[in-house]
Design a protein around this ligand. Structure first.
Ligand code: NAD
Ligand code: TYD
Length: 353
């Protein structure tokens, strides 16, 4: 397999992308450069990579750019002689895709197309295009069953439909043009640096502050959860050992009902911060109107990844969740900055607070 020298990470200032860049520099034997391309939307935060900027200034470079801007991308590819892409950049929140789908179509579909086209033009020296995707492309499961790599795509939300579309484009560029690609479809991630619009950080911060905990519908929707560092490890293994043209599912073997997670968060915050007066934070749980098109259950069969590459998740949910809540408690300045700006207006629009 050819060695990667100049790896472009798109969306590297977001939640998973920033954890991935930190993982590659701190925990692998990669010796090349990483060029992080990020538009810095509401979800992108340069603070996520301050330590990397300081510790790896010769091998890390940030370029603020929109992946929908073809000319800007072409210029960055050529200036940095990019030979591989790990593509995270996306609009990533289902609820926002229900309110305003347009950005999801542009960034997730047109942006991916732009990257593929430029990679195709450099095919002579191009090593790999790895696309980060989601289990949500498979749609919803009933009480039984799991998503396999062979499961038919049946996305429910504008978000998952746009990710399904970009997955199809990536595999079409492999089949039609021979571009070396891999795709991974992962379940719900949690961990440090996640923007607090997603379930776990939203509930953790609201619980810390003693605010209502808005659970959609009956709270019995099921997601599979994976600690973000385990996801980064899986991506790196697929990039290095995965079969070109193949898709790999990634999961945590950790199916949980939303309500159970929210109760766990309440109990951990009660333990770490003390009760709210003399009451458990479970009293803050409020059932609210369900999300339209809300997928009932996700579950992942990741035996292909384990069989081919020996990957399996390491972090247990209980300890990963506690570590994550501690991180949010210890990083009040990060939380304060992230919650200023767009965040308040989003919370008002979504929850009517
Ligand atoms: P995020 O919203 O935290 O970060 C997305 C990043 O992309 C941000 O830094 C943002 O500024 C950047 N970005 C958005 N539009 C851009 C554009 N037009 N040009 C350049 N940069 C742009 O998302 P995340 O949770 O880190 O997810 C990263 C990827 O992983 C996404 O592709 C998502 O679909 C996928 N994924 C996420 C999860 C999850 O649980 N969060 C699970 C499976 C797959
Ligand atoms: P989310 O973190 O938005 O991820 P996704 O929709 O991509 O799975 O939501 C996870 C689950 O939590 C999902 O079933 C919706 C639910 N949820 C709530 O009940 N309340 C909330 O405020 C949020 C943000 C999510």
């Amino acid at each position: 397999m050819k060695i990667i020298s100049n790896l472009m990470v798109t969306g590297g200032s977001g939640f998973i992308g920033s954890n991935f860049i930190r993982y590659v520099f701190d925990k692998t034997n990669y010796e090349g450069r990483i060029i992080n391309i990020d538009k810095l939307t509401y979800a992108g935060n340069p603070d996520n990579l301050r330590a990397i900027e300081e510790n790896y200034c010769n091998r890390y470079c940030f370029e603020r750019a929109d992946i929908c801007d073809f000319d800007a991308l072409e210029d960055i590819f050529s200036r940095h002689d990019i030979d591989a892409v790990c593509h995270f950049a996306a609009e990533s929140h289902v609820d926002r895709s229900i309110k305003r789908p347009g950005e999801f179509i542009f960034t997730n579909i047109v942006g991916t197309y732009n990257l593929l086209e430029i990679a195709r033009a450099r095919m002579d020296r191009f090593v790999l295009f790895h696309h980060i995707s989601t289990d949500e492309v498979y749609g919803s499961l009933g009480k039984r069953g799991v998503f396999r790599e062979t499961t038919r795509y049946k996305p429910s939300s504008p978000y998952s439909a746009s990710k399904a579309s970009s997955d199809h484009l990536v595999s079409a560029y492999h089949k039609t043009f021979g571009l070396p690609v891999t795709i991974s479809n992962c379940s719900n991630n949690y961990g440090p640096f996640q923007f607090p619009e997603k379930l776990i950080p939203l509930m953790a911060l609201n619980a810390i502050d003693g605010k209502p905990l808005p659970v959609y519908g009956d709270g019995k929707n099921v997601r599979d959860w994976l600690y973000v560092e385990d996801h980064c490890d899986a991506i790196w293994q697929i990039m290095n050992g995965g079969k070109r043209g193949d898709t790999y599912n990634i999961g945590g073997n950790m199916e949980m009902e939303n309500i159970v997670i929210v109760e766990m968060i309440c109990d951990i915050v009660d333990e770490l911060c003390g009760l709210l007066g003399d009451r458990s934070r479970r009293n803050l749980i409020t059932f609210v109107k369900d999300r339209p098109g809300h997928d009932r259950r996700y579950a992942i069969d990741f035996s292909k990844l384990t069989g081919h590459l020996g990957w399996h998740p390491r972090e247990s949910f209980q300890s990963g969740l506690k570590k994550t809540i501690r991180w949010y408690m210890d990083n009040a300045a990060w939380v304060g900055r992230v919650r200023s700006g767009d965040y308040q207006s989003w919370v008002k629009e979504q929850y009517g607070e």
